[in-house]
Design a protein around this ligand. Structure first.
Ligand SMILES: NC(=O)c1ccc[n+]([C@@H]2O[C@H](COP(=O)([O-])OP(=O)(O)OC[C@H]3O[C@@H](n4cnc5c(N)ncnc54)[C@H](OP(=O)(O)O)[C@@H]3O)[C@@H](O)[C@H]2O)c1
Length: 324
């Protein structure tokens, strides 16, 4: 897979990365975890050049970083590890559907203490990209970001990134320490960032990491009805996946499939190629624990959409239902 540079000062990564969250958290939580397959998917990603691997301390909590640590034993140097801090699980089963209840915590003391746990679980002496998962509305971003910058000075972290922020918050963080990446939900059905964040990142030399780039599977053609969603699955409480909204949104998935069929690729590849076409600073991180999907997603790096394909995809109407 061809590489791109993450932000102006960041590492080289494959133009498509891997999100590890769903291997341990958020989706299909009632099903038994298949660690051996997840580990082999991570190895497959590295072999295919998908070197950026995204996790967070709160995924699990903690088990997703542990899984990644075990998968990267003996392979650490081949991966660019992106983890996150700034969310904490306050009740392991108190969230919707028995999932962990999480909330932002950007207090400097919490942030300072968190990095050593992440390093231990990941089995490494440094994290390549340390991201603020959510800005804590009760803590000025300068304080949280300043505490994260201390981890760079201490050699525990190479670069810093933000997640789910607007341009004003990026500017405030930049005044304290360089911002290498911004992670945002961005896909054919979540395009809010196109208005300001995407052009600002391009202009400032900041990498943009689209999360949930496949619309949590929907854009790849999964889930034609609410009942197809697994039990104990975060999507069951997201507005776009509620039955009436989902039915209305099927036209979006059908449009993606139409373009995919015409050019002889899969809908997931069209959704990812559309993101890659948004600029050299854009590196989507599709999530999967399925070997065939991983190979499919890697193949998207070779899909070239024509100007007419892109225009057709740009014209897809906004979905029914909010993101969260
Ligand atoms: N910063 C944040 O707040 C935030 C929030 C959400 C996610 N993220 C990050 O973004 C990553 C990706 O997002 P996501 O997992 O929410 O959503 P996603 O990548 O849009 O979609 C994941 C879903 O799509 C399925 N899938 C993957 N590739 C497929 C293919 N080629 N064909 C058909 N289905 C396919 C997966 O199935 P299987 O799992 O069954 O293989 C899974 O159900 C996460 O892993 C996480 O690292 C960050």
């Amino acid at each position: 897979m061809r590489n791109t540079t993450l932000g102006a000062d960041g590492p080289q990564v494959g133009v498509i990365g891997l999100g590890a969250m769903g291997m341990s958290f958020a989706y299909d939580m009632a099903a038994p975890r298949d660690e051996a397959t997840s580990v082999s998917v991570i190895h497959q990603a590295l072999d295919l050049g998908m070197t950026l691997i995204d996790t967070a301390d709160v995924y699990g909590p903690y088990t997703n970083e542990e899984l990644l640590g075990r998968a990267l034993a003996g392979r650490r140097d081949r991966a660019v590890i992106a983890t996150k801090v700034g969310m904490e699980a306050i009740d392991p089963t108190g969230g919707p559907g028995g999932s962990p209840l999480v909330r932002p915590n950007g207090r400097p003391g919490h942030v300072r203490a968190a990095i050593d746990g992440s390093l231990r679980r990941l089995g490494t002496d440094h994290v390549d990209l340390y991201q603020l998962h959510r800005v804590d509305p009760e803590v000025p971003i300068e304080e949280t970001w300043g505490a994260m910058a201390e981890a760079v000075t201490a050699g525990k972290v190479r670069h810093l990134g933000l997640s789910e922020v607007g341009v004003e918050q990026i500017r405030r963080a930049q005044a304290v320490h360089p911002v290498t990446t911004v992670q945002s939900e961005f896909s054919l059905w979540s395009r809010d960032v196109q208005a300001e964040v995407l052009p600002y990142c391009a202009q400032q030399g900041i990498g943009l990491l689209p999360y949930s780039p496949l619309g949590r599977g929907f854009l790849a053609g999964r889930f034609a009805s609410f009942d197809e969603l697994p039990q104990k699955d975060q999507r069951r409480r997201l507005p776009r996946f509620q039955q009436d909204n989902l039915r209305a949104n099927l036209d979006i998935a059908a449009k993606v499939r139409e373009v995919a069929d015409r050019i002889g690729v899969t809908p997931a590849q069209v959704a990812l190629a559309w993101l890659v076409a948004q600029g050299p600073h854009v590196v989507p991180i599709p999530g999967t624990k399925t070997p065939a999907y991983l190979a499919d997603n890697a193949g998207a790096a070779d899909v070239r959409l024509s100007p007419a394909d892109l225009a057709e995809l740009d014209a897809i109407p906004a979905p029914v239902g909010a993101r969260y």
